[in-house]
Design a protein around this ligand. Structure first.
Ligand SMILES: Nc1ncnc2c1ncn2[C@@H]1O[C@H](COP(=O)(O)OP(=O)(O)OP(=O)(O)O)[C@@H](O)[C@H]1O
Length: 255
């Protein structure tokens, strides 16, 4: 469904993404992992065509994103950016309806289908009843969930999520990833919490200094050796008693 092949991207004479290849099969949730600055956001931006790669190919649904009409790409892919915000004095309902823009064509007003999709998306992020609240009155976690609702209202084939659990309490972190997984929408999500990645992702791709250093199921990838090599941390990895997925316990840094 999403295929990234040999993608490189440079800025300020530095190679930020270096020959990155990965796939996100249709309907799966793939976690994009790696330390700060390894290139996760940059890869999501390249996939969303907000940055043009120096080399390589990105296809969504088999089509090269570089040549897809903008409106077609906007209908297919929704990006939830890391610090999604707006300076406009919008209501929550208006923010979520922005997700319907690619479907609106030349219509100026919202259709019943637009309003239904927006209301459904708000309910799914547990914010039914918030439609008339002003955006700037929301907490950080509420804003994050509204932005996910905007992305869901877009009804994309591909969701690109940049640290979607930012600002969320643990209950809402679990709820959000459960919701994304159950939505069945093909998703690539940059995540920092490796236990959440292990719990919810079908597969993970690990970047380090712009290169893919591991890819596979969470159990295949999230080993003590990988955590030491990539993050420089010591950790134990056991099978979660309920799910069998990896459960990581970190050691404090050596004194
Ligand atoms: N336009 C740019 N010009 C120069 N450097 C850039 C540019 N965009 C990104 N970088 C650099 O590329 C590297 C990768 O950045 P990116 O935001 O993709 O990392 P990340 O893995 O998402 O990090 P984090 O986990 O901290 O969010 C960083 O060192 C960043 O400073």
């Amino acid at each position: 469904m999403l295929a990234v092949t040999g993608v490189s991207w440079s800025a300020a004479a530095r190679r930020i993404l270096d020959d990155v290849t990965c796939v996100v099969p249709a309907g799966s949730l793939v976690g994009l992992l790696g330390p700060n600055g390894c290139g996760k956001t940059t890869l999501l931006r390249v996939v969303a065509r907000l940055a043009a790669p120096d080399a390589g190919l990105v296809t969504v649904g088999g089509d090269d994103v570089a040549t897809l009409p903008r409106v077609t790409l906007a209908r297919r892919a929704a990006l939830l950016a890391q610090h999604a915000d707006t300076d406009l004095d919008l209501t929550v309902g208006e923010v979520v309806l922005l997700g319907r823009t690619p479907h609106r064509g030349s219509r100026w007003s919202d259709s019943a289908a637009d309003r239904a999709a927006a209301a459904d998306a708000l309910a799914r992020v547990d914010l039914a009843g918030y439609a008339d609240r002003r955006w700037h009155t929301l907490s950080g976690g509420e804003r994050q969930r509204v932005q996910l609702a905007r992305a869901l209202a877009q009804q994309p084939l591909l969701l690109l999520l940049d640290e979607p659990t930012n600002h969320l309490d643990i209950g809402h972190q679990l709820h959000l990833l459960h919701l994304v997984r159950r939505s069945g929408v093909t998703t690539l999500a940059a995540l920092h919490d490796l236990n959440l990645a292990a719990m919810f992702c079908d597969a993970v791709v690990v970047l380090a200094a712009g290169r893919v250093v591991a890819a596979g199921t969470p159990a295949e990838v999230l080993t003590p050796g990988l955590l030491a090599d990539v993050y420089g941390v010591r950790a134990d990895v056991a099978a979660h008693p309920a799910t069998g997925r990896p459960a990581i316990t970190y050691h404090p840094p050596a004194p």
